[in-house]
Ligand binder design. Structure first.
Ligand code: LLP
Length: 423
């Protein structure tokens, strides 16, 4: 799953930097990212869209580290945000506000205000998800004397055939506006002096391997676009959302070029080629650019199971506990005889596992790398069990840079100590 990992004299190395050296220098658990993989992944989208008006808005919920955002902003990325916090991160990383689309079903007044004011002229577009939100945006824009750029996130009612927790485009999902009501909402927006219709968007789910649901969504959305155009409501951009899957185990997702070729061919054939084509990929940009490095603390034999207890846990990487998700776990430098282990963390929950029934040649003190951890890893981390969040490092051209230091106990306690002292 990670193309930049190779065996070296000191065990596994990422882009030429030994993981053992990283562990020695920064400790564990540590997220390790490859700048080269990030660049390649982003470039593969840009290349697939070259020669047409386009914008790739990185869905930063997948990984919102400022250094990663800065790297992508430097390549011309736009950003898909879902909160004022994410907006602040894009601005802090030097991203262009005009390249931001704002998704999410519960945008608050203060968030809408911040987005309209961002960088003076505001974000690129609100992906509106309800009639209430439309009215709210209109009100805030009127109060600020602005015209808010809007697109509707339309729910195309397509089954992406992925995990139910990450399917988002079915008609009984909370996301988007129902297909049947979209026309009316567009009419309302088009008639408002404080709103400007700029686009249309959908997002059907995540970790999608089969490209067929994307094509189905495209066709339905274009039907709607054409209906709008017959009424004189013209849109400038078409946003197909994110969702392209990655290889965690043996999945064989199409590359961005393979996934987009038939989509763009249809888009053009239906006469929309002059519109700006947009995407909101997250996982496929960062997922396989990162791994989580941990140290084996204890090997423990239970009645019929052998546990490999590492210093990373569900608070660091929640996907196995939350979705039963699989990630490869590999020894940095295998030693001794291999045995089947459940790789688990020290958190007080039986759901705190990272991998089950894994054949590993490991001893206490050894390093393990959990692969494909770049997306929805650190961004979903918590302090459960008062565990500090992991460090993050970026490997770039043979150099390792700390891009977020390990959270200390002082950092964790600061606000509560202040509250105690204020009494
Ligand atoms: N656009 C919107 C509106 C989204 O809601 C999402 C992800 C994306 C784009 C990016 O999708 P991607 O390209 O990453 O598939 N925590 C889950 C994934 C949740 C995805 C939520 N929405 C996981 O770890 O699998």
């Amino acid at each position: 799953p990670n193309p930049h990992l190779a065996d070296g004299p000191a065990g596994l190395a990422l882009d030429g930097v030994a993981l053992a050296d990283i562990a020695r220098q920064f400790g564990t658990p540590t997220y390790v990212y490859s700048a080269r993989a990030l660049r390649e992944n982003f470039a593969s989208y840009q290349q697939a869209l070259a020669g047409r008006k386009h914008r790739v808005c990185y869905a930063m919920k997948a990984n919102s580290n400022l250094s990663i955002l800065k790297l992508l902003a430097g390549m011309g990325a736009g950003f898909d945000i879902v909160s004022a916090g994410e907006l602040a991160r894009v601005l802090a990383a030097g991203g262009d506000p005009a390249g931001i689309v704002f998704s999410g079903v519960g945008k608050q007044v203060a968030e809408i205000e911040a987005a309209l004011n961002a960088g003076g002229s505001g974000i690129g577009c609100f992906n509106v998800e309800s009639a209430t939100e439309l009215a709210r945006i209109e009100q805030v824009a009127a109060r600020l004397g602005k015209r808010a750029p809007v697109s509707f996130r339309v729910n195309p009612d397509v089954d992406p055939k992925t995990h139910p927790y990450i399917s988002t485009g079915l008609k009984d999902n909370k996301f988007g506006v129902a297909f049947g009501t979209a026309i009316d909402l567009y009419r309302r927006a088009a008639a408002s002096a404080h709103l400007k219709v700029v686009g249309i968007d959908c997002h059907i789910g995540s970790q999608i391997i089969d490209p067929a649901p994307f094509m189905e969504a495209l066709d339905k959305m274009l039907d709607l676009v054409e209906q709008l155009e017959r009424e004189g409501i013209v849109i400038e951009h078409f946003d197909l959302g994110g969702g392209l899957g990655i290889t965690y185990r043996d999945e064989a997702p199409p590359t961005p070029a393979q996934y987009l070729a038939p989509i763009l061919a249809r888009f053009d054939a239906r006469g929309h080629g002059s519109k700006t084509f947009m995407l909101e990929p997250g996982r496929s940009i960062v997922g396989n650019a990162g791994l989580l490095l941990s140290t084996v603390q204890v090997i423990k034999q239970a009645a019929s199971k052998r546990f490999c207890i590492v210093d990373a846990a569900m608070n660091d990487y929640m996907r196995p506990a939350m979705y039963g998700a699989y990630s490869e776990i590999v020894e940095v430098a295998p030693q001794g005889d291999a045995a089947v282990h459940d790789v688990v963390g020290p958190v007080c929950e039986s759901g705190d596992w990272l991998g089950r029934d894994r054949l590993l040649a490991v001893a206490e003190g050894d390093l393990l790398a959990l692969l494909s951890a770049g997306a929805y890893g650190m961004s979903m981390a918590s302090n459960y069990n008062t565990r500090g969040r992991a460090a993050e490092v970026l490997v770039d051209a043979g150099q390792v840079r700390l891009i977020r230091r390990r959270e200390t106990i002082d950092m964790q306690l600061a606000d509560e100590l202040a509250a105690l002292q204020a009494r």
